[in-house]
Design a binder for this molecule. Structure first.
Ligand SMILES: Nc1ncnc2c1ncn2[C@@H]1O[C@H](COP(=O)(O)OP(=O)(O)O)[C@@H](O)[C@H]1O
Ligand SMILES: [Mg+2]
Length: 389
């Protein structure tokens, strides 16, 4: 995936629109080394126009030797012969003008092709999308949304979807789906260095719909023993096998949740119409800014949106400075479907909440959903052009 560096967050946002989904933004070059050490599927570093030129050249020069499979693209406000010459000497693969998003996209395509070629005949690894559902508050509907999105994405088993319950202390995905897992994340504890899909497969529980579930530990005390490294390994292993990995989270920015957010391609933030929740969501958004999660990959879902409590959707958008991607009304049918162990999207597909959740799932799935069988290069460029639109 590409990673964009620029101290100016709006510049990062603009550059990300030219790149495929899953690209990440960082606001400082200092975090780059750690970032690249932890991610082996990065193939492009885009150094934005606000990064001082000499610093950009130094980073490029360093990556030329230390990470030769990663292409570096310098984005500059003005491109002249001197800039081109220095960039070439530093080993940068491309220099593009900051207004030319088309050229940045083309440079990303070339970087991806090179990376695939350098990786050898094995070709590109399958990388499914990680979609996480988060809210800093409990009881707002995270699990309801995660379960229904996962069901909608699996589309009656057409796509391979794994739902991971990362609410490690009080996870209730299994009970919500009336599953009785014999194994859970608890059984992966201690396998940070060895866990592979062969082992992880044995910990999954199959739902009738074809959806696979990695259940949370049965006892809350296991929470502290699930390390951040294990979370990374589990999610990376799963995304190599599944088209979508949907993650339900705990209502806290704990180490495991932060790690999951680092692996996340699309994040659904759940809010409700009450002041404490909105305040906490606002704080969470600021934290996401610090983590460098691009605005395009955050989707605000307003649950219980019709509650007459003196705050409306417009006010929520103004408070959070973000538009609402989907609204779900309070409905006894949603709660009843959950209580009956059949999430609303499968129990009542024509229900307004089901339609909203399916529509959101379609948007999160993105072009990947209907282009998974296309060649990698074609998929990347189509993804980008759709994203711009
Ligand atoms: N739109 C809704 N209408 C009615 N009940 C809902 C709705 N969304 C969630 N609920 C109910 O609210 C409770 C808490 O939801 P849950 O998804 O478990 O929240 P969280 O995972 O954030 O703690 C559950 O009983 C669920 O059935
Ligand atoms: Mg929950």
């Amino acid at each position: 995936m590409p990673v964009v560096i620029d101290p100016d967050t709006s510049t990062v946002g603009a550059l990300l629109t030219a790149l495929p989904p899953g690209a990440h933004g960082l606001d400082s070059a200092e975090r780059l080394a750690l970032w690249l050490d932890n991610r082996h599927d990065e193939y492009l570093v885009v150094l934005g126009p606000t990064v001082p030129f000499e610093e950009a050249l130094a980073i490029s020069d360093h990556l030329r030797i230390s990470k030769p499979t990663i292409s570096v693209v310098l984005v500059r406000a003005a491109v002249d012969t001197e800039v081109l010459t220095k960039a070439m000497h530093s080993g940068a693969r491309d220099v593009v003008a900051s207004h030319d998003l088309e050229a940045i996209g083309a440079a990303a395509d070339r970087a991806q092709q090179l990376w695939v070629a350098l990786r050898g005949p094995g070709g590109p690894q399958h990388t499914g999308k990680v979609i996480s559902v988060f809210s800093p508050k409990g009881g707002v509907g995270k699990t309801t949304v995660a379960v229904n999105l996962a069901m909608a994405l699996s589309d009656r088993g057409v796509r391979q979807v794994c739902l991971v319950d990362l609410d490690l202390a009080f996870g209730d995905v299994a009970i919500t789906m009336q599953l009785f897992p014999s194994h859970s994340i608890e059984h992966a504890i201690g396998t940070e260095d060895t866990l592979d899909y062969g082992a992880l497969d044995g910990l999954l529980t199959r739902h009738d719909s074809g959806l696979m579930v990695l259940a949370a530990p049965s006892l809350p005390d296991a929470h502290d023993r699930v390390t951040a490294t294990l979370v990374t390994r589990m999610l990376r292993t799963l995304r190599e096998k599944f088209d979508y990995v949907v993650v339900d989270t705990a209502p806290a920015f704990d180490e495991q949740t932060l790690t999951a957010l680092d692996e996340t391609d699309e994040l659904v933030l759940v809010a409700t119409l009450d002041v404490p929740t909105l305040k906490n969501v606002k704080v969470a958004l600021e934290t996401l800014d610090m983590l460098g999660m691009a605005h395009e990959h955050r989707h605000l879902l307003l649950n219980r949106a019709d509650d007459a409590v003196g705050i409306g959707a417009e006010k929520v958008e103004a408070i959070l400075n973000m538009s609402i991607a989907a609204q779900i009304a309070t409905s006894i049918d949603v709660a009843a479907a959950t209580n009956a162990g059949r999430p609303i999207v499968s129990a009542t597909p024509d229900h307004p909440s089901s339609r909203t959740l399916r529509e959101l799932a379609g948007r999160l799935a993105g072009p990947f959903g209907d282009e998974a069988d296309q060649p990698a290069e074609e998929t990347t460029s189509r993804r980008r052009s759709r994203k711009r639109r």
